[in-house]
Design a protein around this ligand. Sequence first.
Ligand code: DLZ
Length: 168
Amino acid sequence: MSPKKTNLSEVGKITIKNASHLKIGIIVSEWNSEITNALRDGAINTLTGSGIKKSSILVEYVPGSFELPIGAQYIIENTEVDAVICLGCVIQGETRHFEFICQSVSQNISRVSLDYNIPVIFGVLTTNTQEQALARAGGKHGNKGVEAAATALKMIQLRDRLFPSQNS
Ligand code: DLZ
């Protein structure tokens, strides 16, 4: 039986303990900026809606999605963030660029997360067309930035449950 499909855009407001003490990094790819800026705004609204101060959300930019992992690593090494959200949009073109970028970004976001023991969230759209991307950046399929922010908050909740003394 297939698992129940959950659209995290519909999770609503996530209540998180000590939200006002949390710091979140957001790293945004400038490639396809109309889409990635919409993802960024969705993520910020979700975080502030859960009680995180706007001044505790650090937003930085990289040229393309390929640079998201090193951007996340720079943020982690130079700030005290509880999670980093990586936002990008890779649209299939006529060459194999798409495959190389998607593979590298997904593997390296995962690597940075495990190397630094911090949630680094994969909020990267990988679509065939710009229309499909727009539909997932505030259109009929929700906003992947909202989902990425909700995922970051859920991972922080998990950390706080499993390591309560270190993060209370
Ligand atoms: C070069 C490139 C191409 C063709 N397409 C995209 C894309 O759809 N989305 C994206 O985020 N970035 C793209 N890039 C740029 C690469 O991510 C990267 O910035 C460059 O290859 C330089 O390393």
